[in-house]
Design a protein around this ligand. Sequence first.
Ligand SMILES: [Ca+2]
Ligand SMILES: [Ca+2]
Ligand SMILES: [Ca+2]
Ligand SMILES: [Ca+2]
Length: 211
Amino acid sequence: MNYDDAPYADDCAEGFYYTLGNAGWKLSFNYGDALAWESDFEKSSVGGSDRYFVDDVDFAFFAGHGDSGKIGFSTNYDGDGNYEKQVHYSEVKWGDRDLEWMTLVTCDTLDPDYKDEWIAHACAGNHLHALLGFKTKIEPSDAKVLGTTFADYLLDGKGIKDAWKTATKEKCDLPWWKELICNCKTEAAIIYPRVYFGTRLVHNYAQETLP
Ligand SMILES: [Ca+2]
Ligand SMILES: [Ca+2]
Ligand SMILES: [Ca+2]
Ligand SMILES: [Ca+2]
């Protein structure tokens, strides 16, 4: 989590975290601001330690700053000097250890121009089940209850795609003047691998529910 000048990121991430925690999920870590390190998200081949952090849990959730193809951090914990103070798509491979779902509540990170890159890196090997986030800008205050709402829908038994779509549709709406500036409306995104065995689709992760 990166709360630094993203005033509702903590409400968002902690809403998600404690809603699942109260429902009996084991809580592993909750880091904000300078305690949130980019290396926690990055693979070991670029000097990261995701195997002890985001890839050591089933569900990881980040709220803070983002840009096309990346998320941002306030302090530098980069392992190899490339892409400092950010987690760039090329620095991640998720789910090759334990992670199934990654949610990034950040602006523009899942910009459609970078969809193939996220699939090629984050989903390499088809381990990760879903990467959730936004294609566009989001209004910071909309994030406030988004984490809780999303967790509630998952706990209600909605599939991951449906839960994310419903929660973001309900809670995220740019003010009209921002829509004019970017000529866009807030649009959520979910990226997931379709895994085939021969010609048969063996995993449709979009409908997966919490175990
Ligand atoms: Ca790096
Ligand atoms: Ca980095
Ligand atoms: Ca990994
Ligand atoms: Ca797992």
